[in-house]
Ligand binder design. Structure first.
Ligand SMILES: [Zn+2]
Length: 142
């Protein structure tokens, strides 16, 4: 058995098909027994690249991307650890807490971090309260 990736020249859809041998493929092609799964056109061709090869390249690329994402996540986690150790978590009260520090000159040993909406951040900025937006990943092991 041999697997070919076929492409329909009419609707440009590609699909995998099994044949007993490459000779069988040629035979079916000549007899016009090959048709597109999508539009039934007989204008179907074997693609040049073997499907196994295509899948391999695809997987390698996907693996590299996963690795890249993992590296970024590691960096973010390091950053998060730093923030957790040096800042006070205020959760949803971020805007409120940021204002009370700013307006009441509240003594704060630590900076704060928490959750704020885009609007809240915009408002704080307009009031001259400096905030930084950082990416955050949930640590599932925690
Ligand atoms: Zn088609």
């Amino acid at each position: 058995m041999i697997k070919y990736r076929l492409i329909c020249k009419k609707c440009n859809i590609s699909f995998d098909s099994w044949f007993a041998s490459s000779k069988e493929y040629e035979k079916l092609k000549i007899k016009k027994f090959l048709s597109c799964h999508n539009c039934n056109s007989k204008n179907v061709e074997k693609t040049l690249m073997a499907p196994t090869l295509m899948n391999k390249t695809k997987n390698e690329k996907a693996e590299k991307n996963i690795l890249k994402i993992k590296n970024i996540n590691d960096k973010i986690k390091e950053y998060q650890k730093f923030i957790k150790n040096n800042f006070r978590y205020v959760g949803q009260n971020f805007a409120y807490e940021a204002r009370s520090i700013h307006y009441k000159n509240k003594e704060e040993q630590k900076g704060i971090y928490g959750i704020a909406s885009k609007n809240e951040i915009k408002e704080l900025k307009e009031e001259g309260i400096k905030t930084d937006i950082i990416p955050w990943v949930e640590d599932k092991n925690n």
